[in-house]
Design a protein around this ligand. Structure first.
Ligand code: TYD
Length: 214
């Protein structure tokens, strides 16, 4: 069997709150499943038993968590998520679609909260064992529109969504900067487009750039 390497595909969706990530994660994964692919859909913080428990703590508005602790909690959840869910699925040759990954820690904890970016990056290199997504889809949307969507959604506001003015703009700018720094593994999408058009754009990219059959 030498030379026969089964490798999965690791796809991440990123974006500020209210950019339509969850809708796209669901639509893209459904389309890939319909095309016959073995797809694991997951999310951060979370995606494993321990990481989901950490999620309930780190996003709970009742807690006052300092930025350093926050970085470490997201990273700890990520390490468990990789060990329990992502690595085994990729090793089995599956497509893994994650709602958020390291890019969110750079955007929220560094650009948003002000933790040193090198520190956040280094902690995450350790937590992930250098696992880098094959594709990161960035859903990009003006904060005024995204903010209105969050209000319309009427969702319970978590600790990150209740952050001060300017926070979400900094998060958005960071995702764009990350994409600009590594364009070969990012796809930035204008999230004002209709959801179906966005889904199609992602699928076409996966087909053209990664040979995913549809
Ligand atoms: P998300 O699941 O997108 O929120 P929702 O439940 O509203 O769909 O993400 C939860 C929050 O966690 C989001 O505000 C971003 C934040 N977050 C970080 O601050 N750092 C991280 O590393 C990750 C993965 C998420």
């Amino acid at each position: 069997m030498k030379g026969w390497v089964v490798t999965g595909l690791f796809v991440v969706f990123e974006g500020a709150d209210g950019t339509g990530k969850s809708t796209q994660v669901a639509a893209v994964s459904e389309a890939l499943k319909k095309a016959g692919h073995d797809v694991v859909v997951t999310r951060e913080p979370g995606g494993s038993v321990v990481a989901e428990t950490l999620r309930s703590i780190v996003l709970d508005p009742a807690h006052d968590i300092d930025p350093t602790t926050e970085v470490l909690m997201f990273a700890a959840a990520r390490a468990d998520h990789i060990a329990q869910t992502i690595r085994p699925a990729l090793d089995a040759g599956k497509i893994v679609i994650s709602d958020r990954f390291v890019g969110s820690s750079i955007a929220y904890q560094s650009a948003g909260r002000g933790v040193d970016e090198t520190a956040v990056a280094d902690i995450n290199l350790y937590a992930t064992g250098n696992l880098v997504p094959d594709v990161t889809v960035v859903l990009d949307l003006d904060e005024t529109v995204a903010g209105n969507r969050r209000v319309d959604r009427g969702a319970i506001v978590d600790r990150m969504e209740s952050a001060p003015d300017g926070f979400q703009q900094a998060v958005r700018a960071s995702f764009l900067a990350q994409a600009e720094a590594a364009p070969e593994r990012h796809l930035v999408i204008d999230a004002t487009q209709p959801p179906e058009a966005i889904t199609q754009q992602v699928l076409t990219y996966l087909q053209c750039e990664h040979g995913v059959q549809l």
